[in-house]
Design a binder for this molecule. Structure first.
Ligand code: DX5
Ligand code: ZN
Length: 218
């Protein structure tokens, strides 16, 4: 199991201190939520902040692009420290365009994740299961931290898990939104490998909260 704290919920007046606390836990990925105010109704941070944060940790920088035009901006995120780029399939015109994008990122040795808003059909994602590293299941409508977990999204996890077993794929299943110690247990049981958690980790004692998630895998 991999834990990926979403720094969206971090107290940015205590960035160094918070990153030091994260680095002292078993966390392996840092989840970096980029929002453009168009694809989702909220604005967060961009490439410069990514570069700064990536210098404060050895964890993998996992960049979740919630932006209208991932094709235009992905390269600049890679140039500034993204080690995995996760894009929304809604932002692509065709499966061919998406496949071409995935290959162009993989060719650079950068990991690729695919995701979709909860109501979007996942056919394109399943179609490309052999080409990507991670499939991210959104368990909230993307846009804001601190929302409640959508339990029905566990069905999407189960569908992907069944499909990967059927085709013998090693793709990782990641879940994002409303994860706490209780929903984490359900997600892991359904087949999730990577837990994103924002408010649960950062609202309170970081080490204790990471430990609570970590204990779910034991
Ligand atoms: C939502 C983001 C999430 C968010 C999760 O659009 O993609 O990564 O930060 O936050 P919590 O864990 O608070 O639901
Ligand atoms: Zn996210």
């Amino acid at each position: 199991m991999i834990i990926a704290p979403s720094i969206l919920s971090m107290d940015f007046s205590k960035t160094n201190e918070s990153m030091d606390q994260i680095n002292a836990t078993p966390v392996e990925w840092i989840h970096f939520d980029v929002m453009d105010g168009h694809f989702v109704p909220n604005i967060t941070f961009g490439q410069d902040i990514l570069r700064g944060i990536s210098q404060l940790t050895d964890s993998l920088m996992d960049v979740h692009l919630m932006i209208d035009d991932p094709i235009k901006y992905t390269q600049s995120f890679i140039d500034n420290g993204a080690q995995q780029v996760t894009v929304h399939i809604e932002c692509f015109e065709s499966l061919d365009q998406l496949r071409e994008f995935v290959r162009s990122v993989k060719d650079q040795g950068v990991m690729v994740g695919l995701t979709s808003k909860p109501k979007t059909p996942i056919d394109w994602i399943l179609e490309l299961i052999d080409e990507v590293d991670t499939i991210l299941v959104m368990s909230v409508e993307p846009g804001f931290g601190g929302q409640s977990f959508m339990y029905e999204q566990l069905d999407e996890v189960r569908t992907i898990d069944a499909h990967r077993k059927e085709v013998g794929s090693k793709v990782l299943i990641q879940i994002d939104g409303g994860i706490n110690d209780q929903t984490a247990a359900l997600a892991l049981e359904a087949g999730v490998d990577v837990l994103v958690a924002g408010s649960f980790i950062f609202k309170g004692n970081i080490k204790e909260n990471v430990d609570k998630l970590w204990n779910q895998s034991l």
